[in-house]
Write a protein that binds this ligand. Structure first.
Ligand SMILES: [Zn+2]
Length: 379
């Protein structure tokens, strides 16, 4: 299998094993062929949490065999770096499992990376091939965060493809994290992104573009800081999670005829300007999270605009679910199904890139680079 991967390229080998139905022309070119899956795979999941805010979740082998099954060919896999404290003084006997269920703080739980690595190392090689584990258990406001990332790579070589999802600004969450508040202007974050670029780690970064309940007509508060940050790291492949949106951080509503439109373009114009900016060509956007899907399909106009954007710039968007510890395959496919009105409006080429092609390009390149860095740097 390893020799074959070397000869044919990682993407082709993986696709021919688990995704034959998606690109039959590639599959047919290879002989002899493994039996084709009974049904076609729908997507690769560029944003997936195996565990929740109290570090509980799905067994990784079960995730691959039963939840991804023959519907999801490949997937990122990470925990959540933040642990919700169960403060007896706050909620008594009620054990909170989500950040909105308690006033007690969240703290960085670095053991998540060891947990993910240990689960991954128990898998069979063919199960591992379908996963891209990510490092998340670091505090992005800590100048030592980069040492944690390096230590994880040294301890578990051959496992991780990238870092993230980690969070800078997130509604209701940032203010609950114990210690210094993370910031897009903190040099600790620059160190992390520099190191990711040096190693080749793909980055999934969550940072809301705006404050919750921001005033209409104002430029999103964090847009300039975010663009400045991204421009400082042109050698690092960065996926901006959820297009910078949140549960209440909604797409900015521009008014085509008002003065405000000059200062406050519709959200799609902000994204389009970034996609067309040559200084941001290393930046991708994931369209994960059911909250984002809700915006995308909220009206016929939104469906048309979103489909038009994906058709025009299919290389820059990745589909992901942002599921947290789903119980079964039905739960895993729910966000994908929400996008149905948009999938049906995409060209075959755009659809394939957003669902699978961009994932392969970004994560295969990262795998190759991280393995090379490990070979050169891990004794
Ligand atoms: Zn997420």
């Amino acid at each position: 299998m390893l020799e074959r991967i070397k000869r044919q390229g990682l993407a082709v080998a993986i696709m021919s094993v688990v995704c034959a139905a998606v690109i039959p022309s590639v599959a047919l070119a290879r002989k002899p062929q493994p039996p084709a899956p009974a049904t076609s795979c729908l997507f690769h999941d560029a944003h997936f949490h195996l565990t929740n805010y109290v570090q509980k979740g799905t067994d990784m082998g079960k995730y691959v065999d039963e939840i991804m099954g023959d519907k999801v060919c490949r997937s990122t896999v990470f925990g959540i770096p933040l642990q919700q404290t169960w403060s007896y003084g706050n909620s008594g006997d009620f054990a909170p499992t989500y950040y909105l269920q308690s006033d007690a703080p969240l703290y960085y739980y670095s053991f998540t990376d060891a947990w993910i690595a240990s689960q991954y190392l128990k898998l069979k090689p063919e199960q591992r091939q379908r996963l891209d584990p990510m490092i998340t258990g670091f505090n992005p406001a800590d100048m030592y965060a980069v040492d944690h990332i390096r230590r994880v790579l040294e301890t578990y070589p051959g496992v991780f493809t990238g870092i993230g999802e980690f969070t800078i600004h997130k509604e209701f969450v940032s203010a609950k994290i114990a210690g210094e508040i993370a910031s897009l202007t903190n040099p600790a974050l620059d160190r992390i992104l520099d190191f990711a670029g040096e190693v080749g780690l793909a980055v999934i970064l969550h940072s809301d573009i705006d404050m919750p309940f921001a005033k209409a007509g104002a430029e999103p508060v964090f847009l300039k800081q975010m663009k400045d940050l991204l421009r400082r790291h042109p050698q690092t492949t960065i996926i901006w999670a959820h297009l910078g949106l949140g549960r209440v951080v909604h797409p900015v509503q521009g008014q085509a005829t008002s003065d405000a439109a000059e200062r406050n373009p519709a959200y799609r114009e902000l994204v389009e300007a970034m996609v067309n900016d040559p200084t941001l060509s290393h930046v991708y956007f994931d369209i994960s999270w059911d909250e984002v899907a809700k915006y995308a399909v909220s009206s016929p106009e939104s469906i048309e605009n979103t489909a038009a954007m994906l058709n025009k710039y299919p290389e820059r968007f990745l589909f992901g679910t942002d599921n947290v510890a789903p119980a079964d395959q039905t739960a895993q496919l729910r966000v994908y199904d929400m996008w149905a009105p948009i999938w049906s409006r995409l060209t075959p080429e755009a659809s394939l890139k957003v669902r699978t092609g961009n994932y392969e390009r970004v994560f295969d390149a990262a795998r190759v680079r991280v393995r090379a860095w490990e070979k050169a740097n891990v004794k």
